[in-house]
Design a protein around this ligand. Structure first.
Ligand SMILES: Nc1nc2c(ncn2[C@@H]2O[C@H](COP(=O)(O)OP(=O)(O)OP(=O)(O)O)[C@@H](O)[C@H]2O)c(=O)[nH]1
Ligand SMILES: [Mg+2]
Length: 157
């Protein structure tokens, strides 16, 4: 298993890129994290809110070290009834301040909601590079119609 690391912004250097995977619960964050690392590090499954802690790991590509963070799903504040989830969300928000880029994962099989826009804004407000990934695309039957929906989503950002 690769070394577990947590990189503080003061320690960052130009050959290292820190990025965080965020999104609503069950959007596929941990699956992407494991696939990028080619290891089953973070638990995955259909249960909403499966990831309850931050997972951090790294891989190298073309002499660049990519440090990647998997995070607990971010639900709307009014859907959170538990202090632990609030504190987990706060950790994610803090971490967004420290990273270079954000990967926002959106479950393509669900309607895009205000929460997706809110999460995108978290990165954009902090002037972070934002990649938006529409996941579970394999489950979409009408891919052409879905591309139109993505265009609408993009125009609203
Ligand atoms: N069909 C399909 N299923 C996927 C894809 N990515 C993830 N899944 C499934 O979606 C479910 C949720 O995946 P996770 O990776 O656990 O989702 P998560 O965003 O980490 O969820 P939380 O930790 O609860 O926030 C699992 O059953 C995955 O196997 C995909 O691209 N296609
Ligand atoms: Mg997860």
């Amino acid at each position: 298993m690769k070394k577990q690391t947590f990189i503080d912004s003061d320690e960052s250097n130009t050959n290292e890129i820190n990025f965080i995977i965020v999104g609503k619960p069950n959007s596929g964050k941990s699956t992407l994290f494991n696939n990028l690392l080619k290891e089953d590090i973070s638990p995955t499954g259909d249960e909403y809110g499966l990831t309850k802690t931050l997972f951090t790991n790294s891989f190298e590509f073309n002499d660049i070290k990519f440090v990647i963070h998997d995070t607990p799903g971010l639900r709307r504040k009014n859907k959170i009834y538990d202090k632990d989830e609030t504190s987990r969300n706060q950790k994610v928000l803090k971490l967004i301040n420290k990273i270079d880029a954000t990967l926002l994962l959106i479950d393509a099989t669900e309607n895009f909601t205000k929460q997706d826009f809110r999460i995108a804004d978290l990165a954009l407000d902090r002037k972070k590079i934002l990649f938006i990934i529409f996941n579970k695309f394999d489950l979409i039957e009408d891919k052409k119609e879905f591309r139109n929906e993505i265009e609408n989503f993009r125009n609203k950002l």
